[in-house]
Ligand binder design. Sequence first.
Ligand SMILES: Nc1nc2c(ncn2[C@@H]2O[C@H](COP(=O)(O)OP(=O)(O)O)[C@@H](O)[C@H]2O)c(=O)[nH]1
Ligand SMILES: [Mg+2]
Length: 171
Amino acid sequence: MVVGSDTDFVHKLVFLGDSGVGKTSLVQRYVYDSLAPDIGRTIGAMLHVKSVELEGAKHKLVIWDLGGQVAFSALREQYCSHASGAFFVFDRTRLETLEHVDDWLDSLYAAAGKVAVVAVENKIDLESEISDEQIKGMLEARSLKWIQTSAMENVNVEVAFKELIKEIRTP
Ligand SMILES: Nc1nc2c(ncn2[C@@H]2O[C@H](COP(=O)(O)OP(=O)(O)O)[C@@H](O)[C@H]2O)c(=O)[nH]1
Ligand SMILES: [Mg+2]
C-alpha cells in the first residue's frame, strides 16, 4: 500500500468474535459515529478506512469487519493475514462468546503471527452474565488488555482503538 506524506503508519485492524457480539456496531460507531441498522448478520467482509492522529503521528486505519461466514477457516486466514492488530470482541450477556477466545486467537496468530490484541467486552449497557473474575482469568492468561464498551451508548469505543494502536506501537 502506498503511504502518502499525510500518513506515518498504516495499520490493518481486524475484528474477531462470534456473530452478534457487536463487531459491526463498534466499527460503525467508530468510523461513522452512528449505529449500524439492525439488518441482520453482515455478509462477506467490509473494509473501512479512518485516519487518526495519535501522539503526534498520523495513522491510517484499515478496519476489516468480517461477516457471518467465519466458519470457513480459509476465509478467516485471508481475513487475518497481515493484520497489525485485532480486537477480540465478546458479549457480556453470552459467556460462550468469551469461551471461544482461543478459536479466534489461534486463527489470528496462525495467519498474522503474534500481533497485538485488545479484548473488548461489549454491551456494558446490559446486565452481565459473566463475572469479572472469569473475564480476568481468561484474558490475563492470554495477556490481553480488557476494555469495556457499549457501541449502543458510545462508551469507550474510541478508547479501545487508541489502546490497540498503542499496543501495536509499543508491544
Ligand atoms: N445493548 C447493546 N446492543 C448492542 C451493542 N452493540 C451491538 N448491539 C446489538 O447486538 C446485535 C448484533 O450487533 P452486530 O454489530 O451486528 O454484531 P456482529 O455480528 O458482531 O457484527 C445488534 O442487534 C446490535 O444492535 C451494545 O453495545 N449494546
Ligand atoms: Mg457484523
